[in-house]
Design a protein around this ligand. Structure first.
Ligand SMILES: Cc1cc2nc3c(=O)[nH]c(=O)nc-3n(C[C@H](O)[C@H](O)[C@H](O)COP(=O)(O)OP(=O)(O)OC[C@H]3O[C@@H](n4cnc5c(N)ncnc54)[C@H](O)[C@@H]3O)c2cc1C
Length: 410
């Protein structure tokens, strides 16, 4: 399949959260260009957040597909699945692993991330799993039904969600985290402490500040050996040690790549006919640094900006980042980004349901909410506007975030 630039499609490599939304929003923009969505996975595009949550908790599979196959057919979106891709920029074609090539008028890289691998001795043993694609989650879910001792390596969002699911399914669970506190890269110390206590109250053993020295077993993993020599029994190990951007395609064809595929504020790579969106894209953050975000919000918001540009409209990329995780009875929602530096914090009351407001130089920069969805929604609205809220305002016992939004918009 090839085409002259006039008839050639917009080709999107990577049909995950960002790739799917670029196609969807292009149609919503009224564009009728042919669209081809290429992915090495089989089946229609899927969402991933349930893979470490609902998918592990029950044998009834949650819905993962964004839309049924008929949706794509009806909108002139061709799905090329189960095929890898390579880029030939000189000829302006994508070469498909399944054979043939595809000319493009615009090429979008939405290749996401891959799970980070470990080189620790024994990491090739059976029973050691990652959570990235639906088949990974199915394998972990099936293994949980038979497992007694589960070790989760990595105390980030995905690791702790898997730990909570394993514990809920009756397994003995240990979390091993190399940093001093869980979720250290993404949440404040207070929230780390809250979630550690929550896990421990449910019987999860949390070991922070230590690393895995080896996985032990014959053909299957039987034990996890820590740096201090402690051996923890394990018939299932879930690795949640982070991800790396899938930037190989971009690197191979000579695009600028750092921590991800480098794009400008309009999501263009160093080749103006090629754009990148979602987890794989490293974009200018406005403070002179580059940033890469791993979240469905970022994937969908960048897709919206890119689809508008491809349809001839300019929309600025200035969305407020937000994230969430669900562990046991707690839903944590974060609006904004916590700066590396110390922040002045104000806690809005409650033990199991509370919010922590972070101020930097007197400005609200992020809000962490535990089981307070109303605060989270208000925080996103405040951060999207001129967040004129002082720490002293927030310390008033009568203060509510939703009132601050009403005052700003009223
Ligand atoms: C288990 C799990 C739980 C998560 N939970 C949350 C959550 O609670 N909240 C949240 O905001 N985010 C969550 N995320 C992250 C979120 O899913 C990602 O940020 C989002 O999917 C990013 O979208 P993307 O399109 O950039 O990448 P992806 O959705 O990963 O899609 C990338 C696609 O590109 C394809 N691909 C890659 N290379 C090639 C190639 N060379 N040829 C063809 N196809 C290729 C891949 O097969 C994949 O389908 C979770 C992720 C995982 C794995």
């Amino acid at each position: 399949m090839t085409g002259t630039p006039g008839t050639a499609p917009v080709v999107i490599v990577g049909g995950g959260h960002a790739g799917f939304h670029v196609a969807l929003f292009l149609r919503e923009e009224g564009s009728d260009v042919p669209i081809v969505l290429v992915d090495r996975l089989d089946g229609p595009p899927v969402q991933r957040p349930p893979l470490s949550k609902a998918m592990l908790l029950s044998d009834t599979e949650p819905r993962l597909e964004f839309r049924k196959p008929e949706f794509y057919a009806a909108r002139g979106i061709t799905l090329l699945r189960d095929t890898a891709a390579r880029i030939d920029r000189d000829r302006r074609v994508v070469r498909l692993g399944s054979g043939g090539s595809l000319g493009y008028r615009e090429l979008v890289l939405a290749t996401g991330c891959r799970a980070r691998e470990t080189t620790v001795p024994g990491s090739g043993l059976a029973g050691i799993r990652v959570l990235r694609v639906p088949d990974d989650a199915r394998a972990v879910r099936d293994a949980l039904a038979a497992a007694r001792d589960v070790v989760v390596v990595g105390g980030g969002f995905i690791g702790l969600e898997a730990a909570a699911a394993a514990r809920r399914r009756g397994c003995a669970v240990t979390v091993v985290e190399s940093l001093p506190r869980v979720m250290q890269r993404v949440v404040s110390a207070g929230i780390s402490g809250h979630f550690r206590a929550l896990h421990e109250a449910q019987g999860v053993h949390v070991r922070t500040g230590t690393t895995v020295r080896a996985f032990r077993g014959d053909t299957r993993v039987r034990q996890v050996e820590l740096a201090d020599g402690t051996r923890i029994p394990a018939d299932l190990v879930v690795l949640g040690i982070g991800v790396e951007p899938e930037a190989g395609l971009a690197r191979e064809c000579g695009l600028a790549v750092g921590d991800g595929v480098e794009v400008d504020g309009a999501l263009r790579t160093s080749d103006p006919l090629i754009s990148a969106v979602g987890d794989c894209a490293s974009f200018p953050a406005g403070d002179g640094r580059r940033r890469r975000l791993e979240s469905v919000q970022n994937a969908a918001d960048q897709a919206r900006v890119l689809a508008a540009r491809l349809a001839g409209r300019t929309v600025p990329f200035d969305a407020v980042p937000w994230f969430w995780t669900e562990q046991f009875s707690a839903k944590l929602q974060i609006a904004g980004l916590l700066p590396d530096r110390e922040t002045e914090t104000v806690r809005l009351a409650g033990d199991d349901a509370f919010s922590v407001l972070h101020f930097h130089r007197g400005r609200l920069v992020a809000v962490e909410s535990v089981n307070r969805p109303v605060d989270h929604v208000a925080a996103r609205r405040l951060l999207a506007g001129e967040a004129r809220l002082s720490p002293d305002d927030a310390r008033d016992p009568q203060f509510r975030l939703s009132d601050a939004v009403a005052a700003r918009t009223g």
